[in-house]
Design a protein around this ligand. Sequence first.
Ligand SMILES: Nc1ncnc2c1ncn2[C@@H]1O[C@H](COP(=O)(O)OP(=O)(O)OP(=O)(O)O)[C@@H](O)[C@H]1O
Ligand SMILES: [Mg+2]
Length: 282
Amino acid sequence: MTGTTNSLIDKASGLRVLSVANQKGGVGKTTTAINLGTALAAVGERVLILDLDPQGNASTGLGITNDQRSLSSYEVLAGEVSLSEAIQETLVPDLHIVPANADLVGLETAMMSEANKPYRLRDAVSTWVAEQHSGASGAGLFTYVLIDCPPSLNLLTLNAMVASHAVLVPVQCEFFALEGISQLNESIEQIRASLNPELEIQGVVLTMHDARTGLSKEVALNVREFFGPKVYETVIPRNVRVAEAPSHGKPILLYDHDCPGSKAYVELAREIIDREKMYQAA
Ligand SMILES: Nc1ncnc2c1ncn2[C@@H]1O[C@H](COP(=O)(O)OP(=O)(O)OP(=O)(O)O)[C@@H](O)[C@H]1O
Ligand SMILES: [Mg+2]
């Protein structure tokens, strides 16, 4: 299959593919992928998290050990296995993962001579969607894929954005929050103009908000001014339980399902589902 002739995953498939991306490091991409994925699954969606970061933090945070990563996103992108072969279950019902490991660092070199390199992931996802619809997988249909991107606008992030309907941008409530955002916007524009005409920002999520500080409030206001209605009403609070959960290999909803972080991610899931319905009806 040649990626260049594939159109994006059909709306009619019922699957939405979202890249969780911001090239700024440590803003809450992985935390959002894991916990939003769990919250979506908890409200009835069937979710796949695709770990596309060589750090493999989403895999670790969902309790996937290094030994369990022999079939990873690297093998999928390198064309060695299909996406369905690399999918694993997690502790959370209806939440699945394709894990990642440090092999991904070498991907750019390994794919150097390949002509269709930005389309690798899209091709793998398209094949998987077709398989599901032909009943080959034998399981229920997935409704969301969340791709946890690395903190860089590299070939991995490009593959994610080419395979996605939309981008979800976590922005940390701290000084310099908007740093690099114009570069991210520019990249999205470029991808839309060439490789994926449908790509858009689904929304911007404010993370690690501390209601006690004036700085958080100010940053939240600035981000809302900049992005307007793209910013979700739900704000993810800074919550130590959220930071502790990954070291137990659990999403926050399993670790402490009553804490403010859990409640916020469930709210966010609801808001995202509503927004998706609006987009799909448009
Ligand atoms: N709501 C929160 N409350 C407290 N700590 C948080 C919260 N969200 C994220 N953190 C912590 O902030 C750090 C960065 O978060 P995370 O790993 O999700 O960011 P990232 O954007 O994926 O980072 P990278 O760019 O390295 O991939 C982690 O230690 C995480 O546990
Ligand atoms: Mg991360």
